[in-house]
Each structure stands twice: as C-alpha cells, then as structure tokens.
Design a protein around this ligand. Structure first.
Ligand SMILES: Cc1ncc(COP(=O)(O)O)c(C=O)c1O
Length: 368
C-alpha cells in the first residue's frame, strides 16, 4: 500500500476527528484497483515463448475461440480488444447502421463513462432513458420505437444493456429474453455490456448454461465480455456470432484501433479463465466478499444498505464521516447530492479486509 495518493483525488480539509483502526490491506474502491491473479500472470509467462503468428493466428487464440464457442453455444467471432470502452465501441460498430441510435439507460457506462467515445467513433446518437435501478425495460424500447419511419427522427437501431448493471443490479434471463424479443420485433439489435458478466453469471447460477441463458440463448446479438475487472490483465473480448460475413468484425475492430498484434497474451488468459470455469470462481469470490460486508454493516440503518446482488454496495454516508473514511481507506463517491458512495470488492478481497473495513466504518459512525 501507499502507492495510491488519495489526496490527489479528494480534498483533505476534513474536521471530523475519529480514531480509526488499522485500515484493510486492500481498498474497497474498484475491482480495477486489484492486480491480476497469479494464474493469469503464469499464463502470460507460459505464452511468452518464442515466435508465433501475430494478429490472432496463434494456437492460444484458436484454443480460446474454441472455448468461447463452447461457452456461447454458437460459433463466435472472438474479437480481442484492449479495454472495456474499446470493446463496447467495436461491439456497437458491428451492429449499428447509418442514421441509427443506441438506446441505453442514463447510468450506462457507454453514456457516462466513455468520454463520448461511442458518439465520436460511431457517429451515432445515444438515447439514454431514465432508470432507477440501472435496468432498461421493454416499455423503453416500445416508446423509442415510435420514431421508426419518421424521417426527421434518428432511428433506434441498437438496444444496449449492461449485466451486471452499473448500479450492481441484475437482469434475469427472462428479462433479457423479453428485451431481445421486443427489440427484434422492431428490427433493432441487442448489445450486452458484460464488463461484469462474470459477477452476474456467478450470482445467477454459476455455470456456462447461466451465461448462455443471459446472452445468446436469450437473443443477444453481440456481447462485450470483460476479463480485466475479474482478475485478468487488459483482457477484453467482443463475442459476435459467426456469419458468412464475419471478417467484417475484424475490419471494424482494426478501424477502431483495437486490434492487438500480440493477441496470444490476451488469448492465453482467456484459455486459463475458461478451461475449468475459473472466471466464475474469482467473480463468485468478489460477490461473496460484498455480501460479507453487507452482513457486517446491515444493522446500521443510516447506511441504507441494500443486499448486494454482485460485488458492489452503495451506502449513504454523511460528508464528514465519509471524508474521514476515504482518508483512512479510499473509495469513490457515487452520487454526491445523495451522499452516496460505492464500495466494491474484487477477486483478491479477503475476509480480513472486509472485517477491518467494516470495523473502521462502525467506529467512524460510533457503532463499535
Ligand atoms: C459497465 C462497464 N462497462 C465497461 C467498462 C470498461 O471500461 P474501461 O474502458 O475503463 O475498461 C466499465 C469499467 O468501469 C464498466 O463499469
């Protein structure tokens, strides 16, 4: 610890004085704060031997694609990319047509956290709809569809949903299936931002069939499958069912500057992740740690904690206590006007981290 300068991020004029215990060894800020699991580092080392063909023509990339075919239940074009934003842009670029928009929620990462990359790179309007829980609904699609055929209105072409959502909520398989049916009935396609799909799969059944039920079996047309938040190192992939025209996906990826030349290093991690379901294990652990934190603090009413579905909690903490806690063990603000913050666990969060963090929160709130 000590490498993260939280005083660069938050103001340090807190006047709230409280003696807090030893902080946890790891932060509760983000699953991106954690490093990579040693199994992935080993996979990278093993892949780091000799010369192999570039741009995905190597044995590890072929193996990773086979494993994704098995996982998806359909043959997919596996488009490895460098990051989650790139993944979303490449995925959307594969299913958008000219003069079309992308329907998403107000909270969606593509809408608020991608610096306008989808709009700039795709040249498409994002139509964000209000949502209290981060989920898009069939009624939103029906409402947007009223513009279809009106030559003065952008045409809703793609519905983008996030699973698990940016608010830590989950769509059921039936909800996704209903969204896909509604979208398809209006000629729209469906994109699933799965930056945290592993956490969703772990929470909703924990196996490959769960993944399929939430994605391609439900009718999703393209998936951004995340690895980086789930213990990998720069490993993200777009999954696109193979068609006769499947080289188009690779062309779009290259145009959006997301084509890794030494793809073996990304593929090696996905082989390790998928061969024995390891990707679900690490996510299940992160989810379990969030639940442990919830159970340790649920009695404190002022926090207004909701039982977590995946690996994040969104408590209410009044400003002075919040500052003291952030200076003690950094975490992000979520909604400043509501005094809401986000606590997030990761693959490497330990029970000791949770207990130490919970103790600090209790003491800061006078509950020890
Ligand atoms: C829902 C969601 N999608 C995508 C991303 C990927 O973003 P990045 O480009 O930072 O990897 C994130 C990261 O926070 C996310 O939360």
């Amino acid at each position: 610890m000590g490498v993260f300068r939280h005083d660069e991020i938050i103001e340090t004029d807190s006047v709230y004085m409280v003696n807090l215990p030893t902080p946890p060894a790891r932060f509760f800020a983000s699953d991106n704060f954690s490093g990579a699991h040693p199994r992935y580092i080993d996979a990278l080392s093993r892949a780091n031997k000799g010369h192999v063909p570039a741009y995905g023509n190597d044995a590890l990339s072929h193996r990773a694609n086979e494993l994704f075919n098995e996982l998806c239940g359909v043959d997919v074009e596996m488009l490895c990319v460098f990051g989650g934003t790139g993944s979303n842009v490449v995925a959307l670029g594969n299913v958008l047509q000219p003069a079309e928009s992308v329907l998403c929620t107000q909270w969606s990462h593509i809408n608020v956290d991608e610096t306008g990359a989808p709009e700039k790179l795709l040249g498409a309007k994002l139509q964000d709809v209000a949502s209290v829980d981060g989920k898009l609904r069939v009624s939103d699609i029906e409402q947007a569809a009223q513009a279809i055929g009106n030559i003065h209105h952008v045409q809703p072409g793609v519905v983008s949903i996030t699973q698990a959502t940016e608010l830590g909520t989950l769509y059921s398989a039936d909800e996704i299936s209903n969204i896909c049916d509604a979208a398809h009935s209006f000629g729209m396609r469906v994109h699933l931002d799965g930056a945290r799909i592993a956490n969703a799969v772990a929470a909703l059944g924990g196996n490959a069939a769960t993944f399929r039920s939430l994605t391609f079996d439900a009718g999703v047309d393209v998936v951004s499958f995340g690895g980086t938040k789930n213990a990998m190192l720069g490993a993200e992939v777009v999954l696109l069912p193979r068609t006769q025209n499947s080289t188009r996906g690779k062309l779009i990826r290259k145009q959006f500057t997301q084509m890794p030349s030494k793809q073996r290093f990304i593929s090696a991690q996905f082989v390790t992740a998928l061969e024995d379901g390891f990707w679900i294990e690490t996510a299940a652990h992160a989810n379990a740690m969030a639940l442990r934190l919830y159970e340790a603090l649920a009695d404190i009413e002022s926090l207004q904690l909701v039982r977590p579905a995946v690996n994040s909690l969104y408590p209410i903490v009044e400003p002075a206590v919040k500052k003291a806690l952030q200076e003690w063990s950094f975490f992000w603000d979520w909604d400043l006007t509501a005094h809401q913050v986000r606590w997030m666990t990761s693959w490497d969060t330990t029970a000791e981290d949770v207990d130490a963090f919970a103790l600090g929160v209790r003491q800061a709130l006078g509950f020890s």
